[in-house]
Design a protein around this ligand. Structure first.
Ligand code: GUN
Ligand code: ZN
Length: 438
């Protein structure tokens, strides 16, 4: 067992009602192994109340620092690190001119391996300890990321990108011998599930890139696998950009909407996560809610690519789950602080209707406990309640002169959180600790 003394930030259990951050100025976080040998939170509270219950446990003291849950990035592309900051008229030309050419390079295992190493290090440097991430359509890229994530004890969920049409030949899933590309992509998916899903802290996500680059047969096969393996994740993109929607509607005119296309192929359920979800109507929102599907909101990407603004008021009115995501390389930063600030600005767009979503506690929750809940990982990551895996960040609110000046003025928790959301970046994250298996 080990204990950490610092200011502590965490969240009240969801069962207790609306989102509420908890803060202990002089706190103690005690971590120790669970039955499976993973480090989990044993106790959290004020130093005075907790310390006597753990005599002899070594205490590491971080004066002036804040320990908070590791961040959860609900949607990011590890092969797009080099694509950050590539300007384009919109999503489709951006994919064609920058993203697809870079993703082609991941056919080479060495290229994938160095990109995976950089990506995992960059997540950790920014305080992200759990991520649902795209790889490319090459199995090499998936194996490289899982291998590196396992070595770093990271909770990473990823999968083979399924695309069997409407993309450059080098990026379409490849057949082998007499087996066609579509069938091979489904066989590869199943083999990767069996190799990686549930191993240490790794999870598999069935990953149709988006409906326009998948045939009906591929979406149907993906849906069949999703039914066969109910605890694997599903990830894709939906309703991000108006040209994309027009294209998807032309390809799948029989579905009620672009989103409903995924439902028609059995790809909406708990642990299904759709990035963007900007242009939904209320029937779509009800479909999200009723199937237990979650949205990954990517404000910096949506602003950079000019895609649009997520409708928080609509989501809260109908009541489906969502959380925050960087969406690097459409997104402009790995930093959860930049993403939370982007979400705040997007929330302002519908200010008169918003309320809760603009609140600093709610923004922070969307990138930690709320994102974990949307991923079906409530009580596992994204919080520091007893039993949660011990993934946390040590924040230095005096990391820059301006942060020091501003956070010193904070009169309450909301002002402190908001100062960090607005001024924070990787410099605020002094240390990232991930739960280690013993
Ligand atoms: N839609 C399909 N592929 C992508 C991608 O790589 N990034 C974004 N932002 N949207 C997509
Ligand atoms: Zn994406």
């Amino acid at each position: 067992m080990k204990a950490y003394r610092a200011s502590l930030l965490w969240f009240a259990p969801h069962s207790e009602g609306p989102v509420r951050a908890l803060f202990e100025e002089d706190g103690l976080l005690v971590v120790g192994p669970n039955a499976a040998g993973n480090q989990v939170v044993q106790a959290i509270g004020s130093y005075r109340d907790v310390v006597d219950r753990y005599p002899g446990v070594a205490v590491e003291h971080f004066p002036g620092r804040i320990i908070a849950p590791g961040f959860v990035d609900m949607h990011v592309h590890y092969p797009q690190t080099n694509v950050i900051g590539s300007p384009a008229d919109g999503l489709l030309p951006w994919l064609e001119n920058y993203t697809f050419p870079e993703e082609k390079r991941f056919a080479a295992p060495e290229y994938s391996a160095q990109a995976a190493t950089f990506f995992i290090a960059e997540l950790l440097r920014n305080g992200v300890t759990t991520a649902l991430t795209f790889a490319t359509s090459h199995t090499e890229s998936v194996n490289a990321l899982f291998t590196e994530a396992q070595a770093q004890h990271m909770r990473i969920i990823t999968g083979l990108c399924l695309m069997d049409r409407n993309a450059p030949a080098e990026l379409l899933n490849q057949g082998q011998g007499t087996v066609g590309a579509t069938e091979q992509s489904l066989r590869d998916t199943e083999a990767l599930i069996q190799r990686w899903h549930g191993k240490d802290r790794l999870g598999y996500a069935i990953t149709p890139r988006f409906a326009p680059t998948c045939t009906e047969a591929q979406l149907r096969g993906a849906g069949d696998l999703a039914q066969q393996y109910p605890d694997v994740w599903i990830q894709s993109h939906v309703a991000e950009n108006k040209d994309e929607i027009t294209w998807a509607r032309e390809l799948f005119p029989q579905s009620r909407s672009y989103l409903a296309t995924y439902d028609d192929f059995g790809l909406m359920r708990q642990r299904a996560v759709y990035a963007h979800c900007i242009y939904l109507d209320d029937a779509d929102r009800a479909l999200m809610r009723d199937t237990g599907t979650a949205a990954a909101i990517s404000p910096t990407s949506n602003l950079f690519l000019g895609s649009g603004f997520f409708d928080y008021a609509g989501a809260d009115r109908v009541g489906f789950q969502y959380g925050l995501a960087s969406d690097v390389g459409g997104g402009t930063s790995f930093s959860p602080f930049h993403t939370m600030l982007g979400a705040y600005c997007v929330g302002r767009e519908g200010q008169t209707k918003q309320g809760l979503s603009l609140h600093p506690q709610h923004l922070w929750w969307q990138h930690t406990a709320g994102a974990a809940r949307a991923l079906g990982l409530e009580g596992v990551v994204g919080n520091l309640l007893p039993g949660c895996e011990a993934d946390f960040v040590v924040l230095n609110p005096k990391a820059t002169p301006l942060l020091a000046r501003k956070t010193a003025l904070a009169a309450n928790l909301d002002e402190l959180l908001f100062s960090m959301i607005v001024l924070g970046d990787d410099r605020l994250v002094e240390r990232t600790v991930v739960s280690q298996a013993l």
